[in-house]
Design a protein around this ligand. Structure first.
Ligand code: GLU
Length: 289
C-alpha cells in the first residue's frame, strides 16, 4: 500500500494549534516518505459546515507550510459513492433500520452489560419483531441505518500505539435525514483517494475498530494508522477556545510553527529530517505562547 496521506478537517471553526500540529505531523509523515498529501473537507454535517471556515482552514494550513496535491475533495460531493457502499452492505444483509432516539439509546446503553464500551448501541432495533418494526414505521420518523457488526472484536496496528483491539457496536451508517455517517464516509473516501496511511488525532482512535471492520465487510484493504497524542489545556481538557489565543488569528504563522516544533521535542519541520519514532507518545499541555 502507498504512503499517501491526508488531512481531513471538518469546516466548523478555525483550526487551533492542536489541529495545526496534527496536520503538520500528517504532512511530515507523507512528505518524508516522498508520498502524496491530499486535502479533504469533511463537510458531511450541513448544519455545522461553512464554506468560510473551509477557506480559512485552507489558508491557515498554507500559512504554516502544509501543502497538498491535487484539488481539495469535499465529502458532501461524494454522496453517490457513500450510498453505493451502503447498498452493498444492505445486499450482504448486514444493515438494519433503527428508530431509537438519542435518549432511548442512552438509557438502553446504560442498562446493557457485556463487552461493548460505554455508550455503545446495544442493538435494540436489531431484535425487533416484524410487528414492532411495523409499529415504528407507522410513527413516521425516518429510521437511521445501522451496521449489524455481529459483536466483533477487531485488531489493528497503529504506528504509535502498537496493536490495538476494540469491540465494534452496531454503529450508524446513514442518519435518518439521509446523511451518510462519518465512519462510512471516511472509509469510502480514504480508499477512493488511495490513502495508505491515516495520521490523525488520538481522539479518533476509538472509531478506528469500526472503520477497520467496515473496510473488511466491503472487501477493501485498511490503510495504516498513526494516532497522534492530543494537545491539552492547562486544566487537562482537550485544547479549546477558552484556553486562549490558539488560532492563527492570535499569532503569526511563524510563531505557530515554532510552537509546533517545540511541542514535538524541538524537531525540525523539514520532512528530510523527520523521524516518526521520535514523536512524543504522551499528550502535550499548552501553557500559552
Ligand atoms: N474530520 C475529522 C475531524 O476533524 C477527522 C476525520 C479523520 O481524520 O478521519 O475530527
Amino acid at each position: 500500500m502507498s504512503s499517501d496521506g491526508r488531512y481531513a478537517p471538518s469546516p466548523t471553526g478555525a483550526l487551533h494549534l492542536g489541529n495545526l500540529r496534527t496536520a503538520m505531523i500528517a504532512w511530515l509523515f507523507a512528505r518524508s516518505a516522498g508520498a502524496r498529501f491530499l486535502m479533504r473537507i469533511d463537510d458531511l454535517d450541513p448544519q455545522r459546515s461553512r464554506r468560510e471556515w473551509e477557506q480559512r482552514q485552507l489558508g491557515d494550513l498554507n500559512a504554516i507550510g502544509v501543502d497538498w496535491d491535487g484539488p481539495v475533495v469535499r465529502q458532501s460531493e461524494r454522496r453517490a459513492r457513500h450510498i453505493e457502499a451502503i447498498e452493498r452492505l444492505k445486499a450482504d444483509g448486514c444493515v438494519y433500520r433503527c428508530w431509537c432516539t438519542r435518549t432511548e439509546i442512552r438509557e438502553a446503553a446504560s442498562a446493557a452489560h457485556g463487552p461493548l464500551p460505554e455508550g455503545a448501541y446495544p442493538g435494540t432495533c436489531r431484535r425487533l419483531s416484524a410487528s414492532e418494526r411495523f409499529e415504528c414505521q407507522m410513527r413516521g420518523r425516518p429510521p437511521a441505518l445501522r451496521l449489524d457488526a455481529g459483536g466483533e472484536q477487531v485488531e489493528f496496528e497503529d504506528r504509535l500505539h502498537g496493536t490495538v483491539s476494540g469491540w465494534v457496536d452496531d454503529f450508524v451508517l446513514q442518519r435518518g435525514d439521509g446523511t451518510p455517517a462519518y465512519n462510512l464516509a471516511v472509509v469510502v473516501d480514504d480508499l477512493d483517494q488511495g490513502i495508505g496511511e491515516v495520521v490523525r488525532g488520538e481522539d479518533l482512535l476509538d472509531s478506528t475498530a469500526r472503520q477497520v471492520l467496515l473496510s473488511r465487510l466491503l472487501g477493501l484493504p485498511s490503510p495504516g494508522y498513526a494516532h497522534v497524542p492530543l494537545v491539552l489545556g492547562a486544566d487537562g481538557a482537550r485544547l479549546a477556545k477558552r484556553h486562549g489565543a490558539i488560532t492563527l488569528a492570535g499569532m503569526p504563522a511563524e510563531r505557530a510553527r515554532e510552537w509546533i516544533a517545540d511541542s514535538l521535542g524541538g524537531i525540525s519541520l523539514d520532512p528530510a529530517d523527520f523521524d516518526p519514532d521520535a514523536l512524543p507518545r504522551m499528550p502535550t499541555t499548552f501553557g500559552g505562547l
